[in-house]
Design a protein around this ligand. Structure first.
Ligand SMILES: [Zn+2]
Length: 306
C-alpha cells in the first residue's frame, strides 16, 4: 500500500493544496546544511507571509538529519527520511486536525485504536499558559466513539503508563517554539502546545526485562522501542508579549509525521527497514554481500548502517 499517496489524497480531499517536496538543500535559509523537517521550508508562511496556494497545504518532504547518525543501527532511526506534513495558516485548528488525524490513522491506514497513545501539554502555571485540555478531550472523545475508555494521566515519566492512553507532559516534550521552552522565548515570538501520536508495538516485546532497561519505568516517550512516535501536531496558538502569553490573532497548525514509521506501524512491525521503502536496498545489499537481512544481529545492524 502506498501510504504517501494515501496521506496526500486524504488531505487533498480536505481542501489542501499538495506541494512538491522542497529541495533537500534549503533555499534562502543559511541556518542548516540540509532540510531537516517538513516545517522548515514553511516557516515564513507560519510567521505570516501569504502562501500563493492558500491556507491549507500538505506535502511529503525529503529530510536529512545528521544529528541522528549515531542512532542508526536500531529498528527506527535513519538519517534520510520523508516527513508527511499538513498546515493550516490561520484556517482550521485543533478540532479539525485531531479528528482528521484520527480518521487517517484508523480508517485510511488501518491502525488499531487499541495501539494508539497521545501526549498533550500540561501547562505552565507560572507563565499563565493553561494545560491543553482541549486536545486531550478531543482524543478522549474519539477513543470513546470506538468504545475505548481512554484515561488521561499526568506526569507519566515518573510512574509509567498507569492505565492511561492520553498523557500530559511538560513543556520539554509538548511545546513548540523556535527558541524551545516558553521561558526561553523572546517577546514577539510565536509558540504553542503540541500533541504527539504514538504507536504501541506491544508490551509482549518485554523490552524492559533486559539489563539496559530493567531499572527504567516504561512510558510512551521511553526510548526502549515499545512505543514509536509517528507524528506531532503543533498548534501555534500564543505569542509572548511584555505582559505574558496572549492568543495569536492567526492560529496555525503544523503537522509532521515520519512516512517510514507510519508504514512500520501499519505493518505492525517495529523495524522500519522491513518496509517496502527499503526493499530494493535490502535486496541489493543481500546480493552483494551474500548475507540475509535479519539473520544475525550484527549483520542486521550493518545492513541498517549501509
Ligand atoms: Zn520502555
Amino acid at each position: 500500500m502506498d501510504y504517501r499517496k494515501k496521506y496526500l489524497e486524504f488531505f487533498a480531499s480536505k481542501g489542501h493544496a499538495i506541494l512538491p517536496s522542497a529541495s533537500l538543500i534549503p533555499e534562502n535559509d543559511p541556518t542548516t546544511l540540509f532540510t531537516g523537517s517538513g516545517m522548515q521550508p514553511m516557516v515564513p508562511f507560519l510567521l505570516g507571509q501569504k502562501h500563493a496556494l492558500g491556507t491549507r497545504l500538505a506535502d511529503a518532504q525529503k529530510c536529512f538529519r545528521s544529528g541522528d547518525i549515531e542512532e542508526v543501527g536500531d529498528n527506527r532511526h535513519t538519517t534520510f527520511f520523508e516527513m508527511l506534513g499538513n498546515w493550516s495558516l490561520g484556517d482550521y485548528f485543533k478540532q479539525e486536525q485531531i479528528s482528521w488525524m484520527w480518521e487517517f490513522l484508523t480508517s485510511e491506514i488501518g491502525l488499531d485504536p487499541e495501539n494508539l497513545y497521545f501526549t498533550c501539554f500540561r501547562g505552565n502555571e507560572e507563565l499563565g499558559i493553561p494545560r491543553d485540555t482541549e486536545a486531550a478531550g478531543l482524543w478522549q472523545k474519539l477513543f470513546a466513539e470506538k468504545s475505548i475508555d481512554a484515561q488521561i494521566v499526568d506526569f507519566p515519566e515518573r510512574d509509567g503508563l498507569q492505565g492511561g492512553r492520553i498523557f500530559y507532559y511538560s513543556e520539554k516534550k509538548n511545546w513548540w517554539s523556535r527558541s524551545g521552552v516558553p521561558g526561553n522565548m523572546p517577546v514577539g515570538e510565536p509558540g504553542g502546545p503540541d500533541t504527539e501520536m504514538f504507536y504501541d508495538f506491544g508490551a509482549d516485546r518485554k523490552l524492559h526485562e533486559n539489563s539496559d532497561w530493567a531499572a527504567e519505568v516504561c512510558h510512551v516517550n521511553c526510548d526502549c522501542g515499545r512505543f514509536v512516535e509517528i507524528g506531532n501536531n503543533v498548534f501555534m496558538q500564543y505569542v509572548k508579549t511584555e505582559q505574558g502569553f496572549e492568543q495569536l490573532p492567526q492560529k496555525n497548525v503544523d503537522f509532521g509525521g515520519g512516512l517510514e514509521r507510519m508504514a512500520a506501524a501499519a505493518n505492525n512491525n517495529p523495524d522500519v527497514f522491513t518496509t517496502d521503502l527499503f526493499k530494493q536496498l535490502r535486496e541489493s545489499i543481500e546480493s552483494l554481500s551474500g548475507k540475509t537481512y535479519g539473520d544475525r544481529a550484527e549483520e542486521t545492524f550493518a545492513f541498517r548502517v549501509v
